[in-house]
Design a protein around this ligand. Sequence first.
Ligand SMILES: Cc1ncc(COP(=O)(O)O)c(C=O)c1O
Length: 376
Amino acid sequence: MIVPQLDLGSEYEQLRAAIDAAVQRVLASGNFIGGAENDALERELAAYIGVAEVVCVNSGTDALLLSLKALGIGAGDEVIVPGFTFFATAEAVCLTGAQPRFADCSAQHYNIDVDSVRQALTPQTKAIIAVHLFGEPVDLAPLQQFCESHGLWLIEDAAQAIGAQYCGRSVGSFGVTGAFSFYPTKNLGAYGDGGAITCNDPALAKRLRSLGNHGRQNRYQHTEIGCNSRLDEIQAAILRVKLPYLDEWNARRRQLATLYQEALRGTACGWPVATKGSISVYHQFVVTHPRRNELQIFLAECDIATAVFYPIPCHLQPAFSVSHAGVSLPLAERLADQVLALPIFPALPVEKVAHIAKMIRVFEQRFPIDVEYLPV
Ligand SMILES: Cc1ncc(COP(=O)(O)O)c(C=O)c1O
């Protein structure tokens, strides 16, 4: 039984006719950058996420970068980010000229830990980026409180979490901005790069739009240095076909995650536990295992593909080894050593979840966990 980590082909098969028609519609229109598809997608995303404004951009990385720039963050400033996230979160901070300060994560939900945030605060801190990692919402209430009491911006990195909810509202609607990615493997994926910024302030949205379009005010006037960060019409049209299916796909991911959790109970696997009031969208179903590397090899030999997100936390990446030498984040480092993403995608048959869990049990029988082990 071969199990891929992800299967984008079956999603295309499900929607082939509608996607092909959407692409043809754009090709026939002769309008490829900025137009009806982008305008409609922005409206549809705003309604879906529950915000006043959505600005489509070229990637999730640009969504973060433009958010920071639009808030005036740059050289001399610091932004607190989790050490355990995709590199782009910290990279976007550096691209503004500011510096990231890395915070550790929580053992419960693997997201940024508010006590560690407190320790990372300096007089230079201007913002916190809360990353809803693996589709699991950050416990936002204490972070919002912290930001309010210290005059900091809260930016949500919701690249992996479109559709996730916290206290009855969609993630991306809590921060001053929310950054989304439409990278093809995301829960709502384009067929190329793409991203979006959410916010509730029309003036901020106007600035974001201008920054992503060469700092333009109108066709010939550029009032500041921006960049080229636009979502093309073909990607917007494809995303519009997929968006109505997102809730159904996310519900299926939750069903698969529940099956994994039931089937893996009693093994050495740990997994993130949701905070009260949050609904995950399981962009990844990640377990921790004390013999992660051997388990991954064993599963590969059983034709089960898995992935490690992320084997090196940001603060230990070579790019930060000089600027952030000596930073220690014990939980982020432990997670990096132990996490393993098991296959999860809407078309994954439930029998395969049972099969994967069975093979993990077989692994544990063959290679017993010899030290007393508590999951992270
Ligand atoms: C947490 C996180 N932030 C930011 C990004 C950047 O998004 P993009 O690849 O669209 O630039 C990603 C993409 O994987 C991500 O997972």
